[in-house]
Design a binder for this molecule. Structure first.
Ligand SMILES: *[C@@H]1O[C@H](CO)[C@@H](O)[C@H](O)[C@H]1NC(C)=O
Ligand SMILES: *[C@@H]1O[C@H](CO)[C@@H](O)[C@H](O)[C@H]1NC(C)=O
Ligand SMILES: *[C@@H]1O[C@H](CO)[C@@H](O)[C@H](O)[C@H]1NC(C)=O
Ligand SMILES: *[C@@H]1O[C@H](CO)[C@@H](O)[C@H](O)[C@H]1NC(C)=O
Ligand SMILES: *[C@@H]1O[C@H](CO)[C@@H](O)[C@H](O)[C@H]1NC(C)=O
Ligand SMILES: *[C@@H]1O[C@H](CO)[C@@H](O)[C@H](O)[C@H]1NC(C)=O
Ligand SMILES: *[C@@H]1O[C@H](CO)[C@@H](O)[C@H](O)[C@H]1NC(C)=O
Length: 218
């Protein structure tokens, strides 16, 4: 083969290789859904007067990032309160809470003992506090409470970038049946993440590709 043709062929192969590498790259990190308490779920045991697991220990073993979700597998005998206000957290009550820093997720159920899965997105970095205010704070005082620290990670995915103001509603109970204000935006963070990473790779590879192409033309 003519040496010039050989060089061109080599350049072509390099370009093909670069394109393959860019396409097959998998994301290094992704958004995570954390199942609160693992298999134990988010449950209070009324017989022992204790939480079914130690949520502080559970949380200590996880890394939390923006765009992750906490998945509470629970029932309506517990509540899910998220707050950024440590005073509210320590008080085990939302009676004095302000609706700009505290949200109550109840999935819209108003009957006791109904099983429920609640997904809470993590949208603010730093301390996030969670507790159940059911049984007049007894659940919270006996272990239905934990604190996490949320890191930036990949940042918020577009689906969570403009969260609605946090909803603030009463406990489920016989006299205050209300429709659920909580809607969790869908979307596919993992895919968006892949797309982001790919475009970053193309940006990085573009000069290389151009170099290869230029020497191909030479
Ligand atoms: C559970 O503990 C609370 C105080 O933490 C107490 O008032 C209540 O009587 C206890 N209930 C049972 C069933 O032991
Ligand atoms: C849960 O575990 C932490 C240590 O991870 C400990 O400090 C705390 O006392 C435990 N809580 C309960 C209610 O046992
Ligand atoms: C936390 O992780 C460590 C090591 O990864 C493990 O030994 C420990 O049992 C875990 N604790 C809990 C509560 O899962
Ligand atoms: C935190 O909540 C308490 C009531 O639980 C309220 O008095 C206090 O002003 C709040 N703190 C901030 C910084 O909003
Ligand atoms: C919530 O409102 C209180 C005043 O009512 C204010 O002090 C506090 O900074 C606000 N918190 C947030 C997170 O906006
Ligand atoms: C929920 O609480 C009610 C009333 O305290 C009790 O009768 C029921 O057994 C509880 N259900 C579950 C699933 O814990
Ligand atoms: C995480 O939970 C959210 C909310 O339920 C859901 O939209 C998303 O698909 C889940 N992601 C994964 C990777 O399971």
């Amino acid at each position: 083969m003519h040496p010039n043709a050989m060089t061109k062929l080599l350049n072509l192969m390099v370009i093909a290789l670069l394109i393959t590498v860019a396409a097959s790259d998998t994301p290094a990190t992704a958004y995570t859904n954390h199942t609160v308490g693992g298999d134990a779920g988010w449950l209070f045991d009324a017989k022992t007067n204790k939480s079914t697991t130690n949520y502080t220990s559970w949380a200590a073993n996880q890394t939390f990032n923006l765009g992750d979700y906490l998945i509470f597998n629970t029932n309506t005998n517990q509540s899910v309160i998220q707050t950024y206000n440590e005073t509210t957290f320590r008080s085990c009550s939302i009676d004095d809470a302000s609706d700009n820093d505290t949200s109550h997720f109840n999935g819209g159920e108003t009957e006791f003992g109904k099983s429920l899965t609640i997904a809470v997105p993590l949208t603010i970095t730093g301390p996030n506090y969670f507790f159940s205010d059911a049984d007049d704070g007894v659940q919270c005082q006996t272990g239905m409470a934990f604190e996490i620290s949320v890191n930036r990670g990949l940042g918020l995915p577009p689906s969570l970038n403009h969260p609605p103001p946090p909803p603030y509603i009463e406990q489920p109970g016989p006299d205050n049946a209300q429709p659920p204000p909580v809607t969790i935006a869908g979307g596919s963070p993992a895919l968006e993440n892949g797309a982001l990473r790919s475009s970053a790779n193309v940006r990085f590879l573009l000069p290389l590709l151009l170099c290869g192409f230029a020497s191909f033309l030479a």
